[in-house]
Design a protein around this ligand. Structure first.
Ligand SMILES: [Zn+2]
Ligand SMILES: [Zn+2]
Length: 105
């Protein structure tokens, strides 16, 4: 009797792990993205971001000049993750918080 219970317990446990694993993986991916997104480095010029702008589609951050130049040259896709950006003029927002954060360093 005890053995059967134990076996069932292990089965339940492995079932639970199967369900949990993709959740843990997606949580790690989200964390990696957050760490990635808080980088002070512009993916275009590889310098500290100046006049920060954020792309709404993927939330990546660039210098205002770099992202505008890049969107003009690269068929409206994010220079960092290659996500297509429809109507890029409407997807760009100035990130004032970031600018004041950088200037306070
Ligand atoms: Zn830049
Ligand atoms: Zn992106």
């Amino acid at each position: 009797m005890y053995k059967v219970n134990k076996h069932r317990q292990i089965e339940n446990e492995s079932q639970r792990l199967k369900i949990l694993r993709p959740k843990v993986q997606s949580a790690i991916q989200k964390l990696e993205k957050i760490v990635d997104d808080t980088s002070f480095e512009c993916p275009v010029c590889l310098d500290t971001i100046k006049d920060a702008h954020i792309l709404h589609t993927c939330l990546h951050r660039f210098c205002g000049a770099c992202i505008k130049e890049s969107l003009r040259k690269c068929n409206d896709e994010c220079p960092k993750c290659r996500e297509p950006i429809p109507a890029p003029d409407r997807q760009l927002t100035k990130d004032q918080n970031f600018d004041s954060l950088v200037s306070s360093l």
